[in-house]
Design a protein around this ligand. Sequence first.
Ligand SMILES: [Zn+2]
Length: 206
Amino acid sequence: MLMVAPHPDDETIGAHALIARARRRGVAVRVLIVSDGAGSHRASPTWPRVRLVRERRRETRRELHRIGVTACAIDFLDLPDGDVAAHGGDIRRALSHVLSMLPGPVLALAPSPRDDHPDHRAVAAAARPRRGVNWRAYPVWPAGQRLPAARAMPLTAQERLAKRHAIRRYRTQTGRITDDPHGFALTAGQIAAFSRPAEIFAAMRR
Ligand SMILES: [Zn+2]
């Protein structure tokens, strides 16, 4: 299985429970994080770019490690957060490379082409049809979005709680950085919407 996440946290928002289930069954899971995540706080004096990028990587590695995905199964493409669309070729090349390392057929997850965030749409556009790869789209923005022709994977109460806790532990995205007036932080409502009772996966429609 492959999870393609535009930013370091989308992997958890999109498919925390599915990834955990796959690993419990012994399925190989690779994760590709497309952008460096530096766009969430561009003006924090205490969190310059290098520190923020490093910490966001650490958050992703730690949460994935808890559900059985080790650091060597995670690739960081480090494209500029907010400008992913200018690097479609890089994403397609990285996808080809990582898909070649997975024994097929592969379930591959990418953001929805209808996502509100342009980085997410750019990643969706790079998720091209390929033999042996079954692409599925997961919704992120707007939080709580429904997708047409989507299949819902109901979560157990335990899975839902684990997912909510995992999202909250991406502390750079949940309020830890307070000295950037334009900095990003998930609201309580968004966290609740992301920890809904099911994970949603849809056929890739373009
Ligand atoms: Zn994102």
